[in-house]
Structures are given as structure tokens and as C-alpha cells.
Write a protein that binds this ligand. Structure first.
Ligand code: NAD
Length: 513
């Protein structure tokens, strides 16, 4: 068993503790402090003091700190991977993906921040500002509060801190109370890489700690459930601070009749079962065109039966790890039972697997419909319902029959047709012949429509959202008096109107009174 750690966040006294368990063994692997609102306020105050010096550095100097961090992350990858696997229970390969993402994010934001946040010249033809020099500049918001979920302890928590820091903000990160250890390891990384004191801090705790962060930060980057996201948005609205919300999903995959079935099955399995299906971007429902439905399901069943699950060890030990969050096991079981009660058939799996850890056998369901929870509510587990559709039109209607709109996938050989179809799907991200890999392209925005969120991560907006815009207008050649100024001069306004007629193309100038 791993050594039991007692870690405290931001120097907070460890008076109240949260036990962290290994979902694959049930063993307690660490304790963290449950930070109070006062401790969060203290962390924010320290961050506020540290932020101006960090913001004063040019992008190149901040990039230097990122380079050190990237090297640290890669040279400590064994330790980081071990910790992610230990506190989350995922397969080792799924933990490696988180490290690859963060190493890439350090490189991406270090390289792009300067250009994406550069001043922008503005031109105007208005007669009121002729000759003015104008531009916009981006100013860091101050202290960004990042609140993360348990399914990706590194990528979805720390990953979102990177662009916020690149934009010149200080960051206070509150990881999930179920997987806080990786974030604390990142605090140690910042220390060992010589990052300026308090520019990046971690506060650990449960919902109340997150709430305290929303009460005090200048911006909230929230990743988690739609239910909590609404609370965060409401509070941010009261405080009139901006927030970005990355929430739940019920991502659909459509298999068209001309698809390569091998590719379709491989993409479906990876999309549905990577990270044990505990991803906002997991494929949670599949619609298959009638002519290929039987062949697709036969191949999918065969491959599902070959998927290994259980306690993760070294590389290649299992495909699907544990269920991280205890209540999630009951939700997954409920969705399978509800489907079976309403007429679905279980082709593979269908039950929790024996412990000591928390496991659910990879499960394939057919004969499903939209009256079942498994087709409408987020399941967040290693289960996959597959539905036959008459044609692509029916698939589009069913994909869009959802309160969520995070991601959607179309698999088909005719990419022109697949693209036309994909663009009709109500989702913030659509992929063709791939699922989930779009997340790794940091230049491509990622965010949900409908109940799946507000705003995006990645892309230009993925860093610009961490700034406020300042508009600057300079009159370099000020006259004693401009034409339009009080006391109003009728001939000056006639001239202005003639100018407007000329500029905006009215053929015959109006006669002014
Ligand atoms: P959750 O909403 O229960 O918790 C998320 C975080 O919010 C945790 O750190 C929690 O302590 C904190 N929190 C709880 N109450 C709070 C409050 N009142 N104010 C502020 N913070 C509060 O979600 P979860 O169960 O940890 O994560 C799973 C969910 O996250 C799933 O719905 C999944 O789809 C979603 N998710 C979305 C994305 C995305 O990019 N869209 C990525 C990963 C996970």
C-alpha cells in the first residue's frame, strides 16, 4: 500500500481532514485539509499580492517558467502517473494522456500567449475620431479561481491553470475533494521550478471550499457537473464576475452506412471506454444506419468482450480501471437497470464487478430508445447503448434531442456528406472519423452548447477569456476645439452630414434644415 500522506493546502492548518482513497483498492492513500472560507480568502489575498509582479513580466519570461515546469513534468512522469492512477483508479495509459496534454499545454501557451494577447490597432471612419490613434490591450483579470472535477485530476484542473497563468494572472486551484493529491504535487512542482511565491496555489476541500473561491476570485474557471455549474454561474452573476463553465455531456456517435466498420468500432470503443467512460467527452450513445447495424453490433460485441477491466498496474495491464466517485457506481447501475426494465438487451457485461475496489464491467446495450435514462442522462461509466436508425435524418433528430451539447461524432467514408451532417448537430465540438482527440489540439476551441457549458477552453478565446479588454484612444494632434463641440455650430453639423453622405454612399445628399 502507498505511504499515507498528510498534505495541507496553501499552508492552511490541517485541522479538518478529507481522506482520499484509491478507488481500485479501497485503501486510504492520503489526507488533505478541508480549507475554510477564511483560508481561501487568505490564499486569494496572497495571490493578489503576488500577481502584479507576475503580470509585469513579459510573455517570454513567463514562458521560461513554463519551460522549467514542462521539463519537470516529463522528468517526473513516473511519479505523476503513479499518483493519478492511485487517487483516480484509471488505467495507466489514461493517466499518461493527462501528462502529454499538460506538457503540450505548457509549450502551446508559452509560444502563443504573446501573439494572442497582443495589442490590436483599431481604425474608424467616424468624423468624430478622425486622426485618432486607437487600440485595444488585454489586461490580466487578477486572481483566477480554477475548480476541477475528479475524472482528470491533472488535465481538467491544473491544465486550465496554465493559460490563466500565461495571461499574467495568479491562480488558486481547488481540485476535486476525491482526487486532490495530483494538484498538490503540481504545487510542489511550482516550488521546485522556482515559480514566484503564491502565483500558483492549491486549496483543498469540498463544495464549500469551491463556493468560497467563487466568492473571492476575479474569474472562475469551473469544470464539473451541470448542477454545480448553475450554482457557480448564479453566484458569479451576483458578484458580476465572469466565469467559464465546462459541464456535463451526453455525446453521440453516428455510424453512416458507408463507414469502415473496423474504424467505426475502434473509435466507438475508445470514445466510450477510455478513462472508464468517465469523461465529459465520452461517447455515451450510438446511432447506426439500418443497413450496417447488424454487422456493426456483431463486431462491437466481439471487441467489447475482449476489453479488460480491473485494478490498474503497469502499461497494458487493463483497458478500463475503477469507478472513481463512489455514487457513480449506483448511477451507472441504475441506468443499466432502467434500460433493461424498459426492454433493452445487455449484450456484454451489465453488472458491477467484485471489489475490494469499485468496478463496473464494460457493458453493451441494444434495443434502447429515448425513453430510457441511458439515452438522456449523463451516465459517466463504462456502458454504451446502441440504437438502430432508419437513416441519417433520424440520427440527426435523435442526436439533437438532448439537453446537452458538448461533442458529437460522425463516422463515414464520404467526408463531404459526413461534414454536412456533423454541422447540423447541436454540439460545441464535432468530429468526423475521430472522437475525443480534438481535445489535444489546443488551437481548436473546446466548449459545450446548451446544458454543457458556457465559454470555451483552448483556441484564442481559451486565453483571452482570462483578460479584460481596455480600449485606448489617443488624440495626438489636439485642436483647441473640434467641429462637433458645444456651442453647436449649424454649419459644422451640415459639414459633418455631408461628410457622412460621402462616406456612407448616399447618392444624393439630403438638404439639411
Ligand atoms: P461536481 O460538480 O460535483 O464537482 C466539481 C467541483 O466543484 C468539485 O471540485 C467540487 O468540490 C466543486 N463544488 C461543489 N459544489 C460547489 C459549489 N457550490 N461551488 C463551487 N464549487 C463546488 O462534478 P464532479 O462530479 O467532480 O465531476 C464530474 C462532472 O464533470 C461530470 O458531469 C462531467 O461531465 C463534468 N466534466 C466536464 C468537463 C468538460 O470539459 N465539459 C470535463 C470533465 C468533467
Amino acid at each position: 500500500m502507498a505511504e499515507i500522506r498528510t498534505l495541507t493546502a496553501g499552508g492552511a492548518p490541517a485541522d479538518t481532514h478529507i481522506a482520499v482513497d484509491n478507488p481500485a483498492t479501497g485503501a486510504v492513500v492520503g489526507h488533505v485539509s478541508d480549507a475554510t472560507a477564511q483560508e481561501v480568502a487568505q490564499a486569494i489575498a496572497r495571490a493578489r499580492r503576488a500577481q502584479p509582479d507576475w503580470a509585469a513580466l513579459d510573455a517570454r519570461s513567463r514562458a521560461e517558467y513554463f519551460t522549467r515546469a514542462r521539463r519537470w513534468l516529463l522528468s517526473h512522469r513516473q511519479e505523476v502517473t503513479d499518483l493519478i492512477v492511485e487517487e483516480n483508479g484509471k488505467a495507466r495509459e489514461d493517466a499518461i494522456v493527462e501528462i502529454v496534454y499538460c506538457a503540450g499545454a505548457f509549450a502551446h501557451w508559452a509560444k502563443r500567449a504573446r501573439r494572442l494577447l497582443a495589442e490590436t490597432r483599431i481604425r474608424s471612419l467616424s468624423p468624430f475620431v478622425l486622426g485618432r490613434s486607437m487600440y485595444t490591450r488585454r489586461v490580466p483579470l487578477g486572481v483566477v479561481g480554477v475548480i476541477g472535477p475528479w475524472n482528470n485530476p491533472l488535465l481538467n484542473s491544473f491544465g486550465d491553470a496554465i493559460p490563466a497563468l500565461a495571461a499574467g494572472n495568479a491562480v488558486v486551484l481547488k481540485p476535486s475533494e476525491h482526487t486532490p493529491l495530483t494538484a498538490l504535487l503540481m504545487e510542489r512542482m511550482a516550488h521546485e521550478c522556482g515559480w514566484p511565491e503564491d502565483v500558483f496555489q492549491v486549496v483543498t476541500g469540498a463544495g464549500a471550499t469551491g463556493q468560497a473561491l467563487v466568492d473571492t476570485a476575479d474569474f472562475v474557471m469551473f469544470t464539473g457537473s451541470t448542477k454545480t455549474g448553475r450554482l457557480v454561474a448564479a453566484r458569479a452573476g451576483e458578484r458580476l464576475i465572469p466565469c467559464s463553465l465546462e459541464l456535463g455531456g451526453k455525446d453521440a456517435l453516428v455510424v453512416l452506412a458507408d463507414a469502415s466498420l473496423e474504424r467505426a468500432v475502434n473509435v466507438t470503443i475508445q470514445g466510450a471506454l477510455s478513462n472508464g467512460g468517465q469523461m465529459c467527452t465520452s461517447v455515451e450513445r450510438v446511432y447506426v444506419e439500418e443497413p450496417v447495424y447488424d454487422a456493426f453490433v456483431d463486431l462491437l460485441r466481439e471487441r467489447f468482450q475482449q476489453v479488460t477491466s480491473g485494478q490498474p498496474g503497469g502499461l497494458g495491464s487493463v483497458d478500463v480501471g475503477a469507478m472513481t466517485f463512489p455514487p457513480q457506481l449506483a448511477t451507472v447501475e441504475d441506468h443499466v437497470d432502467d434500460a433493461v426494465r424498459k426492454g433493452a438487451r445487455v449484450l456484454v457485461g451489465g453488472r458491477p464487478a467484485p471489489g475490494p475496489g469499485r468496478f463496473f464491467t464494460p457493458t453493451l446495450l441494444v434495443d434502447v430508445d429515448h425513453g430510457m435514462k441511458c439515452m438522456r442522462e449523463e451516465t459517466f461509466g463504462p456502458t454504451l447503448p446502441v440504437m438502430k436508425v432508419a437513416d441519417a435524418e433520424e440520427a440527426v433528430r435523435l442526436v439533437n434531442d438532448s439537453s446537452y451539447g458538448l461533442q458529437a461524432t460522425v463516422i463515414g467514408a464520404n467526408t463531404k456528406r459526413a461534414r454536412r451532417l456533423a454541422e447540423r448537430l447541436q454540439a460545441g465540438c464535432v468530429t468526423i472519423n475521430d472522437a475525443q482527440t480534438n481535445y489535444m489540439a489546443l488551437g481548436l476551441p473546446m466548449g459545450g452548447w446548451k446544458d454543457s457549458g458556457l465559454g470555451v477552453r483552448h483556441g484564442a478565446e481559451g486565453i483571452r477569456k482570462y483578460t479584460k479588454l481596455q480600449a485606448v484612444s489617443i488624440n495626438r494632434f489636439p485642436l483647441r476645439r473640434d467641429l462637433h463641440m458645444i456651442p453647436y455650430d449649424p454649419s459644422a453639423y451640415r459639414l459633418i452630414l455631408r461628410l457622412v453622405d460621402f462616406m456612407y454612399g448616399t447618392r444624393r445628399p439630403h438638404r439639411e434644415q
